[in-house]
Design a protein around this ligand. Structure first.
Ligand code: GRF
Length: 215
């Protein structure tokens, strides 16, 4: 399976995915890293790993979001992409693009969905006094941070956490969860059925798997 990672910034999740893809027997190749930000750090990091990169700035398309995304879709076809992994892609995609890539596009979000959709999740978790936090990988639907959940990892909230320490703990979990979820999707171990992700065959325990935390 040929995968494209979409980044807008530093791209640490993209690196975690690329490293997994480079392992022998992993069921996906990182064929392209795409960004809407031509000078995103993630593009340079991908290039240094020998991965093809492409950029198309949304700024060149004014308010016409769909024209920008038709350009992106063309790039995906040129690189024969099968699956898109949003990895810190900071633009909401139009319903047209989301439907075009329905069940072929996944995203990582730094919360235990459906709680804490949107931005600044770590700050809001602390403000609410939640004791557990985490991250989710889900198939993308037009509404922000919604869609069938592939896998989740939970991390505890420490009494002395601030947003930075909590974000760092969640990010460590993200780097383990995203490759795990990509393996489930790319290998065909899971599929979407009735807007839920279900296991094919006997892989159910893997879906509920919480990766061991390396701090
Ligand atoms: C991650 O926390 C991801 O969950 C969120 O944006 C951040 C991207 O970080 N969607 P990175 O660019 O992968 O380092």
């Amino acid at each position: 399976m040929r995968v494209a990672a979409f980044v807008s910034g530093r791209g640490s999740n993209m690196i975690a995915l690329a490293e997994a893809c480079a392992e022998a027997g992993f069921p996906a190749d990182m064929a392209l890293v795409f960004s809407n930000v031509p000078d995103a750090g993630g593009l340079e990091r991908a290039s240094s790993l020998g991965i093809a990169t492409a950029a198309l700035s949304h700024r060149d398309f004014g308010k016409d979001r769909e024209a920008h995304e038709r350009g992106i879709d063309k790039i995906m076809h040129e690189h024969e992409i099968d699956l898109i992994c949003l990895a810190g892609y900071m633009r909401l995609l139009t319903p047209w693009f989301v439907e075009t890539w329905r069940d072929r596009m996944i995203n990582i979000h730094p919360s235990l969905l459906p709680a804490f959709k949107g931005l600044e999740t770590h700050e809001r978790v602390l403000a609410e006094g939640a004791k557990w936090h985490g991250c989710s990988v889900h198939f993308v639907r037009p509404a922000m941070d919604e869609g069938p959940i592939v896998a989740q990892a939970a991390v505890p909230v420490a009494a002395d956490d601030d947003a930075d320490t909590l974000a760092a703990r969640v990010l460590t979990a993200e780097h383990q969860l995203y490759p795990h979820a990509l393996r489930l999707v790319a290998s065909g171990a899971v599929r979407v059925e009735g807007e839920r992700v279900v296991a094919q065959g006997s892989t159910l325990p893997e879906i509920a798997y919480n990766p061991p935390l390396k701090e």
